[in-house]
Design a protein around this ligand. Structure first.
Ligand SMILES: Cc1ncc(COP(=O)(O)O)c(C=O)c1O
Length: 303
């Protein structure tokens, strides 16, 4: 069975899901996006992802032509249609990309001149690139490029204009293939990773940047909820590279891997150089919440 994609009102086979070269996604990089994942084939926080998608669309002035409830229903239909293509042990992404439809060159961009292009698809959750970092930790490295200031493009609008994030990640990976980028803002504060948020542990508390310079990550929110249940204080605050160098533990959060520990920052060991106890506690609590051993699932994908 071929995976099916929802494309602006129709289900089509994945390889036939194409859009126009005149779409604003192509012409202007004008697409908002969201990505949910499943655990044991159940979507995790799909409502939150759809809510964030609608917030992104509102600020980006995209009218999708359907309300959030309909979008959620279609999303669950896409998942249900495609679940038979996944084995029991496999989970998947559920991705939304919504562009402003056909782009007509002209002096006035305020009017959406065609229906939005709505793309919803699933893809296998390939965790191999992150799996070994659960045990070894990755190397967090600051990129040379800075995050686009929120005064220009609010980082909370989850969008597909990924050039700056992708270049920043390349910069660190060309220095160390195991690196995961830490992107700073123009004032030198820690912002985020190209696809994740950043937390540190210091003297038993969690610290993470405020959303003034980073995406309001669903995984970030999940860590904050889990920490509150575990009695771990959380501070949302400005952080500088100094705070990461001197932290006891450091980790990234994102939908696919949930929590990815970092045991080195710019070449210096973080804490004692091993994945820390608080990071492990949070990972266990998350696994318990979703009924899937997150670390085992990733390690099982390795040859
Ligand atoms: C730039 C950026 N920051 C953070 C995140 C993490 O967000 P979430 O936890 O909702 O996946 C993402 C996710 O793709 C992202 O693209």
């Amino acid at each position: 069975m071929t995976r099916q994609v929802y494309l602006s009102g129709q289900f089509v086979a994945e390889e036939e899901a194409t859009i126009s070269i005149f779409d604003s996604a192509v012409q202007l990089g004008y697409t908002v996006t969201d990505s949910t994942r499943t655990f044991a084939h159940e979507p995790f926080k799909a409502e939150e992802h759809v809510r964030r998608l609608y917030q992104s669309m509102k600020v980006a002035r995209i009218d999708p032509g359907m309300d959030a409830e309909q979008m959620l229903r279609v999303t669950l239909d896409v998942l249900e249609t495609n679940l038979p293509t996944y084995t029991e042990a496999e989970d998947c992404w559920i991705v939304h990309n919504v562009s402003r439809g056909r782009s007509i060159p002209g002096p006035d961009p305020t009017v959406q001149t065609s229906p939005a292009t709505i793309m919803i698809y699933t893809q296998p959750m390939d965790l191999r690139g992150w799996a070994r970092f659960y045990e070894e930790g990755c190397h967090a490295v600051t990129a040379m490029s800075r995050i686009i200031p929120s005064q220009s493009l609010d980082a909370r609008i989850k969008n597909r204009s990924r050039l700056s994030y992708t270049l920043a990640e390349m910069e660190v990976k060309l220095v160390d293939p195991d690196a995961q980028g830490v992107i700073l803002d123009i004032d030198g504060n820690v912002a985020e990773n190209k696809g994740g948020n950043i937390f540190l542990v210091s003297s038993g508390s969690l610290k993470t940047p405020t959303t003034s310079n980073c995406l309001d990550g669903v995984s970030r929110a999940t860590v904050i909820e889990l920490a509150s249940q575990l009695g771990i204080p959380v501070h949302e605050t400005d952080l500088q590279p100094y705070d990461l160098y001197t932290a006891d533990e450091l980790f990234f959060t994102s939908t696919p891997y949930c929590i990815m520990p970092a045991t080195k920052f710019n070449g210096l060991q973080v804490g004692d150089g091993a994945v820390g106890a608080t990071t492990k506690r949070l990972l266990s609590a998350w696994s318990e919440l979703v009924g899937v051993d997150i670390v085992k699932q990733a390690l099982d994908q390795l040859p």
